[in-house]
Write a new protein. Structure first.
Length: 527
């Protein structure tokens, strides 16, 4: 039964917005979870019909001092789409799913996508016109463009193309004061943003140690904290703000639309599968493969491959033997010849277990990627009583340290008595670690905390990141300062205060010292 204060708030909201205001038990349950270990029940879920509804909702929340949490497709693994205030969930209507303003220029295109557009729908739209968005996330069937931007998503082809911020031109959003901003139109940008961001940028660039640390990580794949790399250049204010929204996990404003750049679809593709007896050896090979102009390098551990083989029909290209695997893709002219030469080099080097298998036609390659993208869903409950919890699932280290990191993290999991599934975008040093927790054992919270502390300490020792592409959230916020240091952490806090001084948007998902085991799903804690 709703509290009187909540009843009054819901009544006001229903009078204010044209969209649905949901407070029924089923809706609150659905929106109290995502793909993370957390559960936070909101006071209400609002499904706005259009941007006007969003504007009215933001003004109301600011006036009533009720936190707002923007939510995309609910595919996040760090708890960034959950909140105890009002959750904004975009309905599947004609407006939020609209794709428009498509135009081409030489080998690139520009397209406008409203916040509710599903990633797969945008890719299908672009492919029909000969283009694609290279930031091709694994959860594309359920993730939305606004969520991709909010987490600074990338996917397996980031090695060649980079993350979504590289393709983000402009955003439209509502500020914490309810103002509507189009970053393509400077007249809509509040003067306070212009002045304070310019001042912050000048101070950051003048801060030699902070600037040098940022510059040292400029080519490193990370989506932790705010995208301060944007301050290193001389971007126009609109583009600077758009870049800051990449990785902001709904803490700076509510995105309603984005303009993205797409690239010409690459029809010439070839892939190679190589198997290894030792996972660290596969990691060492990654460093040399990066020098061969490859588009993607995916790693799948033996334990992960076993589950994939048991739970799905695998292509004949996957190694039948019990082995670790690297999947390498090349694109462009003569890619078949180039990948065949690469396979010969691997064999001559003696690093692989057997001659690599090569897939060279579109159907075979798509089959491989389909199998690869199933891993996220297949590993969650591989056996009764075992759960692959999202705890340290998106770490990244400089690729030169990948083999050493794999060796160290394998030892950590062994010391904790855990089987760990490892897979991910090894070409960028980005690994998805999914330890299998025995849910019958006591003290799950303690086991999670101790494991996270040890894994992240190892990540930091190699100059790595707590999240390479899935974005911040309750799972990672307490480790943000350790990763970036106090100076850059304070600059990030300043970005938040410029856009959202009252901490209206998504509190606790970027900056927090709360234990990562707070607000865990009750069903995970039951024997």
């Amino acid at each position: 039964m709703m509290q009187p204060a909540t009843t009054l708030i819901v009544k006001k909201l229903q009078e204010l917005v044209r969209g649905r205001v949901a407070v029924d038990e089923k809706s609150l349950k659905i929106f109290s979870r995502d793909q993370s270990i957390y559960e936070l029940e909101p006071r209400a879920v609002v499904l706005p019909e259009d941007p006007e509804d969003v504007g009215r909702l933001v003004e109301f929340a600011a006036k009533e001092a009720i936190p707002l949490t923007p939510r995309g497709g609910g595919s996040g693994t760090a708890g960034s789409a959950l909140g105890r205030g009002l959750v904004i969930a975009l309905p599947e209507n004609e407006f939020w799913g609209k794709i428009s303003d498509f135009s081409t220029a030489q080998n690139s295109a520009r397209v406008s996508a409203n916040a509710g557009v599903y990633h797969n729908d945008l890719q299908a739209f672009l492919k029909q016109r000969g283009f694609f968005l290279p930031a091709d996330v694994t959860s594309a069937n359920i993730s939305r463009i606004s969520g991709n931007i909010a987490t600074k998503a990338s996917g397996p082809h980031a090695l060649k193309h980079g993350a979504i911020d590289r393709f983000l031109e402009h955003v439209e959003f509502f500020t914490a004061q309810g103002e509507f901003v189009e970053t393509a139109d400077e007249t809509t940008i509040p003067e306070r943003f212009k002045q304070k961001l310019e001042d912050l940028g000048q101070r950051l660039r003048a801060d030699e140690s902070a600037r040098k640390f940022l510059e040292s990580r400029k080519g490193f794949k990370t989506s932790s904290g705010y995208n301060l790399f944007a301050f290193l250049g001389s971007l126009p204010i609109g583009q600077l703000i758009a870049q800051l929204f990449a990785g902001s996990v709904g803490t700076l404003g509510v995105i309603t639309r984005a303009v993205l750049r797409a690239e010409a679809y690459e029809h010439e593709r070839a892939a190679m599968l190589a198997s290894f007896a030792d996972l660290a050896e596969a990691g060492r090979v990654v460093h040399s493969l990066r020098e061969q102009n490859v588009a993607a390098i995916e790693l799948i551990s033996r334990e992960t491959l076993r589950i994939l083989r048991e739970q799905s029909g695998l292509s004949g290209f996957f190694p039948a033997k019990d082995a670790h695997m690297l999947m390498v893709e090349m694109t462009g002219p003569e890619c078949r010849d180039r990948i065949e030469k690469l396979a010969v080099l691997l064999q001559q080097d003696g690093r692989g277990m057997s001659p690599p298998a090569i897939a060279a036609n579109e159907e075979e390659i798509e089959e491989l990627w389909t199998a690869r993208k199933q891993i996220l869903w297949l590993v969650q409950n591989p056996k009764p009583g075992l759960r692959a919890l999202a705890v340290v699932n998106d770490v990244g280290v400089p690729p030169v340290h990948l083999a050493a990191f794999i060796t160290d993290v394998e030892k950590i999991f062994k010391d904790h008595g855990l089987i760990s599934l490892m897979y991910g975008h090894a070409g960028e040093g980005n690994l998805h670690l999914r330890p299998l927790f025995d849910m019958a054992l006591p003290d799950l919270r303690g086991r999670i905390k101790r494991l996270a502390d040890e894994v992240y300490a190892t990540v930091f020792r190699y100059g790595g990141t707590v999240t390479a592409e899935h974005g911040m959230g309750r799972l990672r916020a307490p480790y943000l300062k350790q990763e970036w240091g106090e100076q850059l952490y304070n600059y990030m806090r300043e970005v938040k205060s410029i856009f959202d001084p009252q901490d209206l948007f998504n509190p606790g998902v970027m900056f927090s010292n709360a234990p990562i085991t707070d607000d865990m799903r009750p069903d995970l804690l039951e024997p």
